[in-house]
Design a protein around this ligand. Structure first.
Ligand code: MN3
Length: 236
């Protein structure tokens, strides 16, 4: 079974003027497709690994055959990161988080505007290509982190709730070298509903771990979290 490019749930022009139509078309149809194709190529001789979710592979990079480890890290990371990225954007996005997620953000960062400032600063600090993330650690604490290239936080045992792509391919056509303007625009299209869903699933998975000493069950719960948090079927 091979991985497939997940279709966007909105049209290429739906995020205008914040993210332009041409960037969406090239970013999704060309860049993401290439990650999918290269991941499939890397997994060609490993039918058992083809059955695993990309995030499972990324969580356990050390267990992979050496000859495909780098390819899975880069191409699998590209596939997983972008699959999450498209879902985290919405023409109805922007605004502020609500409910438990809002409370937890206030608790962890002081206020939503403090969080926004810290996240923006982190996104501006990524040198070269990479991502900025809001994650949960395995104690259930919210934190902001960055990754280089297409690395995903699951490889560091962090649960990503939302990620911002700051590769130049994500903004250069419209914003040229002005990454700050792209980040400002991104706040208008982030789907807090999507982030809140990931947050809820992640907390449930951590609670399930806390009430059991059965490591096998924890592993299965984590796996089901990964599936639910990213709504990642084999096709996306
Ligand atoms: Mn990208």
């Amino acid at each position: 079974m091979t991985h497939k490019l997940p279709p966007l749930k909105y049209s290429n022009n739906a995020l205008e003027p914040h993210i332009d139509t041409r960037t969406m078309a090239i970013h999704h149809d060309k860049h993401h497709q290439a990650y999918v194709d290269n991941l499939n190529k890397a997994l060609e001789s490993y039918p058992d690994l083809q059955e695993k979710l990309t995030l499972e592979l990324l969580h356990d990079l050390d267990s992979l055959p050496e000859e495909i480890c780098t390819a899975v890290r880069n191409q699998g990371g590209g596939h997983a990161n972008h699959s999450m990225f498209w879902k985290s954007l919405s023409p109805d996005g922007g605004g502020t988080p609500q409910g438990n997620l809002a409370d937890s953000i206030n608790e962890a960062f002081g206020s939503f505007s403090d969080f926004k400032e810290a996240f923006t600063k982190a996104a501006m600090s990524v040198f070269g290509s990479g991502w900025t993330w809001l994650c949960l650690d395995d104690e259930g604490n919210l934190l902001i982190t960055t990754t280089a290239n297409q690395d995903n936080p699951v490889s560091r045992d962090l649960i990503p709730l939302v990620g911002l792509d700051v590769w130049e391919h994500a903004y250069y056509l419209n914003y040229e070298n002005r990454r700050a303007d792209y980040i400002t625009a991104w706040w208008n299209v982030i789907s807090w509903k999507f982030v809140a869903g990931n947050f809820k699933n992640a907390i449930l998975a951590l609670r399930a771990r806390d009430v059991t000493e059965d490591v096998g069950k924890w592993a299965r719960d984590t796996k089901s979290f990964i599936k639910s948090a990213f709504s990642q079927s084999k096709d996306d």
